[in-house]
Design a protein around this ligand. Structure first.
Ligand code: NIG
Ligand code: FE
Length: 423
């Protein structure tokens, strides 16, 4: 009286199945199952274990499939916890100026920088932004990314910020990659408020945040807390206002100068503090105490040729969870390659390959409050899975600048196949 259990998808024979599950204690710290298999039903993980132990009663649905991962690595879909996905225009001219020796801040002072992208984004139509965003999501997916956080912040007026967040909503409806939207109206002061900072902060607090919350367009509220952008008091006021409207706080903190951003992140109960090149000792301790995740962005250090790196080892030793993200944006990190960030995280910030993998899975999920749904392969979690054509997990940061992704499963469906894949 064998009872068949219908499943939609089985991936089996993985050389290494990285579960990232805290329930599997192994030497690697990644919860690896050698010869691993995973069974998926209705978008969720039904079973994880050794291929040899796959329950005999599993029967694949007529629309379903079985994938052989012999010799390869299977792991949770990657999570990019800090992107500026929706923007118009591009800034390759600044790239060239920086090669000639001009600094990021000098270029911003001459009318380039964030404000030039604000101009281009305001000019762009909804459909243009949607098409640009779609292509970026496709590229992220091809690198194994199944969930991202995406910030507004290149509109800086009520109308343009709403346009960006609505583009994200439309992209969420059409694209398999999940998007956690963040309102970053406090990215910088728009030129029309250059000499009226207070009026812009009032606009953010009294009009933009309430409207964004009313339309349910964002889950998080972020602030660029920096001498040249929003100071500590302004940042606190904006994040507290966001909280009153149900927006969870995040902070761009201590990127270009030490400013107490990490301490503020702990004080307001932020999900993450991001960048942190100039974080203080006290800031690290407070983040550990309040369990604020550090989202580090090696692409920005690399792209801006900044020699100052965040003290990642110290943060890890003090108990701060460290995530790595692309910071995808046209000025300081024009890339969709999260695996490349892993290589840089290892070489610049001295993360081990194990820590780099945790940084784009469990820790990235935590920085978005989604660790119960994504970031590890456990029963009942979302079936977001990547199959990589590499012999072991260390290869992912080691063999760099290469597409190792063979296929990507999102909520139980194969949504991407590398054209060279034999699956
Ligand atoms: O995360 N830090 C602020 N914002 C971006 C850069 C934005 C830009 O240059 O367009 C960042 O690095
Ligand atoms: Fe950023």
């Amino acid at each position: 009286m064998s009872q068949l259990a219908q499943v939609d998808l089985i991936i089996k024979n993985a050389k290494e199945l990285l579960t990232l599950s805290p329930s599997i204690k192994d030497e690697s710290g990644l919860g690896i199952i050698p010869g691993g298999a995973i069974a998926i039903k209705e978008g969720k993980i039904l079973w994880v274990g050794k291929t040899a132990d796959l329950p005999k009663q599993f029967a694949i649905d007529s629309h379903g499939q079985e994938i052989d991962a012999t010799g390869k690595v299977v792991m949770p879909g990657l999570i990019d916890a800090h992107t500026h996905l929706v923007f118009g225009g591009s800034r390759e001219n600044e790239f060239e100026q920086r090669i000639q020796g001009f600094s990021y801040l000098e270029i911003a002072g001459k009318g380039g920088g964030i404000l030039s992208t604000v101009e281009a984004t305001r000019r762009a139509s909804f459909e243009e932004l949607r098409s640009l965003g779609r292509r970026r999501l496709d590229r992220l997916l091809s690198k194994g990314v199944t969930t991202i956080e995406a910030k507004s912040g290149y509109g800086l007026s009520l109308e343009a910020e709403l346009k960006i967040l609505q583009v994200m909503r439309a992209l969420q409806e059409e694209h398999p990659v999940d998007i956690a939207p963040t309102f970053l109206g406090a990215h910088t002061f728009p030129k029309e408020f250059k000499d009226e900072r207070r009026r812009y902060i009032d606009l953010l607090i009294k009009e933009m945040i309430p409207k964004v919350a009313e339309e349910r367009l964002a889950e998080f509220c972020d602030v660029f807390c920096e001498e040249k952008a929003f100071n500590l008091e302004e940042s606190r006021e904006i994040l507290e206002a966001g909280k009153r409207y149900g927006l969870k706080p995040k902070i761009h903190a201590d990127q270009l100068s030490p400013g107490g951003g990490a301490e503020l992140a702990a004080e307001v109960g932020a999900y993450s503090a991001d960048h942190l090149e100039y974080v203080s000792q006290r800031g690290i301790e407070r983040m550990a105490e309040k369990e604020v995740t550090a989202v580090l962005l090696p692409g920005a250090s690399f792209f801006l040729s900044m020699k100052k790196y965040p003290p990642a080892r110290e943060m890890i030793e003090k108990g701060v969870a460290v995530a790595l993200s692309t910071d995808l944006n046209p000025g300081s990190s024009m890339t969709e390659s999260l695996p490349l960030m892993m290589t840089m995280g290892c070489l610049f910030f001295k993360l081990t390959p194990k820590e780099a993998i945790q940084a784009v899975t469990v820790h990235a999920a935590r920085s978005m409050g989604r660790e119960k749904e994504i970031g590890s392969l456990d029963v009942r979690m979302k079936a977001d899975v990547v199959l990589l054509d590499i012999p072991n997990y260390r290869y992912l940061p080691y063999h760099f600048g290469i597409d190792h992704v063979e296929l990507v499963v999102k909520k139980g469906r194969v949504v991407y196949r590398n054209k060279y894949s034999h699956q």
